[in-house]
Design a protein around this ligand. Sequence first.
Ligand SMILES: Nc1ncnc2c1ncn2[C@@H]1O[C@H](COP(=O)(O)OP(=O)(O)OP(=O)(O)O)[C@@H](O)[C@H]1O
Length: 226
Amino acid sequence: MIHLEGVAKTFTLHNQGSAVIPVMEGAELSVHAGECVGLIGASGAGKSTLMRMIWGNYLAAAGTILVAGTDVAKAEPREILALRRGRLGYVSQFLRVVPRVPTLDVVAEPLLVLGVPEAEARARAADLLARLRIPERLWSLSPTTFSGGEQQRVNIARGFAHTCPALLLDEPTASLDAANRETVLGLIEEAKARGAAIIGIFHDEAARSRVCDRVVNVSDFTPKAA
Ligand SMILES: Nc1ncnc2c1ncn2[C@@H]1O[C@H](COP(=O)(O)OP(=O)(O)OP(=O)(O)O)[C@@H](O)[C@H]1O
């Protein structure tokens, strides 16, 4: 479902004499349907960089990044947008939303874009918001004024709203209380059970060992000369 081969990344620092910094080479990774793989490695090893290349925000310098049939390393922007609409989900640590859109709509939107009937999309969004303990009185308000933890839970609800075959999770349990952490781990287990291929960064070791079937150490992909 997700398959990486020979992936490399360099950053060019345009404000520092166009210095070219190689940060990754020969990255390999395969994640099958129903499997969750955790990315580990020291700070700065490249976990977030690898995740952003799979999401298509960072362009790989070399290699193949196959996600649900699309090679993200070579895809056109519109193909990446189509992939994100229906086949690849991403739960980042921070919520980015258009101001003034009510929380229920923020969560239902990924489903509405896919043509799911409005009543069904809203029911699914309401179910997720309730499970993640966002009080119902907040659902009609924009999440822009919510607390950090509330915004994170809205973001998680949105990320789990539609049943993508591939899912990226960046610290999904960071700064959650015990009850919400448990809910999120349950959502991850449900996603695996329905056949999602998941890649996650979890600094929470107990969470990682509970939901990850194996780990990949991104330090193994640090360029040898670096
Ligand atoms: N936009 C960028 N421009 C230049 N260098 C970058 C950029 N993004 C990341 N890097 C460099 O790439 C390397 C990997 O960074 P990355 O954030 O992927 O590490 P990480 O493993 O996720 O670290 P952490 O656990 O601390 O979040 C670092 O040396 C970092 O300085």
